[in-house]
Design a binder for this molecule. Structure first.
Ligand code: SAM
Ligand code: SF4
Length: 480
C-alpha cells in the first residue's frame, strides 16, 4: 500500500518588534496554506526560519549566535533548511550567506509571498546539481521577487537570496496563523516614509505602504468572530495611515466599533501625526485604550533636528498636553536614544529634563547603535560618543525613568482596574494580564480563565508590575 508522504515541518523563530512578530505569523500562515505542518521547536522541523531584526547591532549579533547554534542541528540532519528572513536578511543579504555558509536562504520582508516557491526551488536545486562553485546565477522571478542562486563549495548545494523591495507588497489577501488567545496584532501599514538619520527601517522595509481599510476591517471582524477581543493596529508610523480617503482616526473609529472588540491599541505612532482628530477618537471611543506610545527619542532640539525627527521639544510637549487634556488618565510611554553622535552632556541633560517634565509611565531606552547605510554614519568621526560615556548616560536615563515609573505606579495602588487575563503567572495558581492602560497585573486566578476580563485591585507594585486581588463587580463599582 502506498503511504502518503508526511507533510514537511516548519519552525519560525522571531526576534524584534511587534511588526516582526506579525510577519512571523504571516510566514506561518503562508507555509501552512502550502501544506507545511508548523511545529514548536527547531529539533522537529525540516525548515527552520529565523525571522530577524536589524534595528541595533546587538540584535544582529544575537541572531548570528543563534544561527550558528542551529548549524549544530544541521550537522546531524544535513537535509534541514536554515533560512534567515526579515530586516537583517535584507540588510546583509548575500554577505550573510558568505558569513554563515550553512544558511540556505536569505529573504527580505517583501519576499514572503514567494516563500513556498523558494523552498521548492531550493529542494530542486539540491537534487539537480548546479553551476560553477561560488558563482551566482539568476534564477527568474517568483511571487516574492527575484531568486538569486549562489553555488556553495564542497558539494553543499546552492544558497538562495530573495531580496527585492516591492512597493506593491502589502500581503493583501493572505491569512496569518496566530496563536490562540484574546489579543491579535493587525498590521495596517508596512515600511516608512521618514528618514530619521539613525534608523535602518526605511532601507530594509522600503517606503510606507498602507493596507486597504476594507481588508483591515474584515480581518478584525473575522478575529472578533473567532473570540479575539483586543487588537493592536501596527505600523512604523501607524497614525500616518491613509487609504483612499480613510485616515487613521477614521479607521481607528471603525475598528473600535466592531462588535466584540473591547480594546483597541496602536503602535508606533509618530508624534507629528498625533492630531486633534486622533485624540478626539481616542477620547470618544470606549474601546480605544487610555494609552499612547509617544516616541520622543531625545529632549533637545539640536539633537532632534540632527536626528531628523521633524518636531521640537516644545511641539512634543504640546502633543502631551493635547492628549492629557482630552484623556486625563492616559498612560504615556516613549522611546529614547542616548549618545546620538554629537550629543553633548548638556543636551543629554535636556533629555532627562524632558523625562521629568512629561513623567512617562514607561520608557524604552537605547544606546545609539551605528547602522551602516544610514545618514548618521556620515557625521564626523569626532562626533561619535565614547562607549563609556554612552553607557553612563544610558544607566542614568534608566534610573531616572524607572524612578518615575515606580512613583507613578505606587501612586496607583488601591485602584481597581479591568484586567484582560493573558497568561499564567510565574507562581502556580496565578494569572497575569494587562489593564487598559497597559499596566501588568498578577493575581491569584485559574489559568482556565485566560482570555477573560476581571476587575482587580492593585495592592502592591514592584515598581513595574502590580500584584493585585480580584474583586467582585460590586466592589469595582464602589471603587470606580
Ligand atoms: N517607527 C518607530 C518610531 O518612529 O518611533 C520606531 C521603530 S524602531 C523599531 C523602535 C525604536 O528603536 C525607535 O523608536 C528608536 O528609539 C530605536 N532605534 C531605532 N534605530 C536605532 C539605532 N540606530 N540605535 C538605537 N536605537 C534605535
Ligand atoms: Fe525609523 Fe524614524 Fe521611520 Fe520610526 S519614523 S521607523 S524611527 S525612520
Amino acid at each position: 500500500m502506498n503511504q502518503k508522504p508526511r507533510p514537511k515541518r516548519a519552525y519560525v523563530e522571531t526576534y524584534g518588534c511587534q511588526m516582526n512578530i506579525s510577519d512571523g505569523e504571516l510566514m506561518q500562515g503562508i507555509l501552512a496554506d502550502h501544506g507545511y505542518e508548523i511545529v514548536g521547536a527547531p529539533e522537529d522541523a525540516d525548515v527552520v526560519l529565523v525571522n530577524t531584526c536589524a534595528i541595533r547591532e546587538h540584535a544582529e549579533r544575537r541572531v548570528l549566535g543563534r544561527v550558528s547554534q542551529l548549524n549544530g542541528l544541521k550537522r546531524e540532519r544535513p537535509d534541514m533548511v536554515i533560512g534567515v528572513t526579515g530586516c537583517m536578511a535584507q540588510r546583509l543579504g548575500k554577505t550573510l550567506l558568505e558569513q554563515a555558509p550553512y544558511v540556505d536562504l536569505v529573504m527580505g520582508p517583501d519576499g514572503y509571498r514567494g516563500l513556498p516557491e523558494a523552498l521548492e526551488r531550493l529542494e530542486r536545486e539540491r537534487s539537480g546539481g548546479g553551476s560553477e562553485h561560488g558563482t551566482p546565477r539568476a534564477a527568474g522571478v517568483a511571487p516574492g521577487g527575484t531568486i538569486s542562486v549562489i553555488e556553495r563549495s564542497r558539494g553543499r548545494g546552492p544558497q538562495l537570496a530573495v531580496l527585492d523591495l516591492n512597493m506593491d507588497e502589502n500581503y493583501q489577501g493572505l491569512e496569518r496563523r496566530r496563536a490562540d488567545g484574546p489579543s491579535a496584532w493587525v498590521p495596517i501599514q508596512r515600511g516608512c516614509d521618514h528618514r530619521c538619520t539613525y534608523c535602518i527601517v526605511p532601507y530594509v522595509r522600503g517606503g510606507e505602504k498602507n493596507r486597504s481599510a476594507v481588508e483591515v476591517l474584515s480581518e478584525v471582524r473575522r478575529l472578533a468572530e473567532q473570540g479575539v477581543t483586543e487588537v493592536t493596529l501596527l505600523g512604523q508610523t501607524v497614525n500616518s495611515y491613509v487609504w483612499e480617503g480613510v485616515s487613521f482616526p477614521g479607521l481607528l473609529r471603525d475598528v473600535a466599533r466592531i462588535d466584540g472588540i473591547r480594546r483597541v491599541r496602536f503602535t508606533s505612532p509618530h508624534p507629528n501625526d498625533v492630531t486633534p482628530d486622533l485624540v478626539e477618537v481616542m477620547a470618544e471611543e470606549d474601546a480605544v485604550c487610555e494609552q499612547l506610545h509617544l516616541p520622543a527619542q531625545a529632549g533637545n532640539n539640536r539633537t532632534l533636528k540632527r536626528m531628523l525627527r521633524r518636531y521640537t521639544v516644545e511641539s512634543l510637549l504640546e502633543k502631551v498636553d493635547l492628549v492629557r487634556s482630552a484623556i486625563p488618565d492616559v498612560a504615556l510611554s516613549t522611546d529614547i536614544i542616548v549618545a546620538f553622535p554629537g550629543e553633548t552632556d548638556d543636551e543629554f541633560r535636556d533629555t532627562l529634563d524632558l523625562m521629568r517634565t512629561v513623567r512617562f509611565d514607561e520608557a524604552f531606552t537605547y544606546k545609539y547603535s551605528l547602522r551602516e547605510g544610514t545618514p548618521a554614519t556620515r557625521l564626523p568621526e569626532s562626533d561619535f560618543v565614547d562607549a563609556d560615556v554612552a553607557q553612563a548616560r544610558l544607566a542614568e536615563l534608566i534610573e531616572v525613568s524607572r524612578d518615575i515609573q515606580s512613583e507613578i505606579n505606587h501612586s496607583e495602588i488601591g485602584r481597581v482596574e479591568e484586567v484582560l487575563i493573558e497568561h499564567t503567572g510565574r507562581d502556580e495558581g496565578q494569572v497575569r494580564g494587562r489593564t487598559r492602560r497597559s499596566k501588568v497585573v498578577v493575581f491569584d486566578g485559574d489559568p482556565a480563565r485566560i482570555g477573560e476580563y476581571a476587575d482587580a485591585r492593585l495592592d502592591r507594585t514592584t515598581g513595574v508590575t502590580f500584584i493585585g486581588t480580584e474583586v467582585g463587580a460590586a466592589e469595582s463599582v464602589a471603587a470606580g
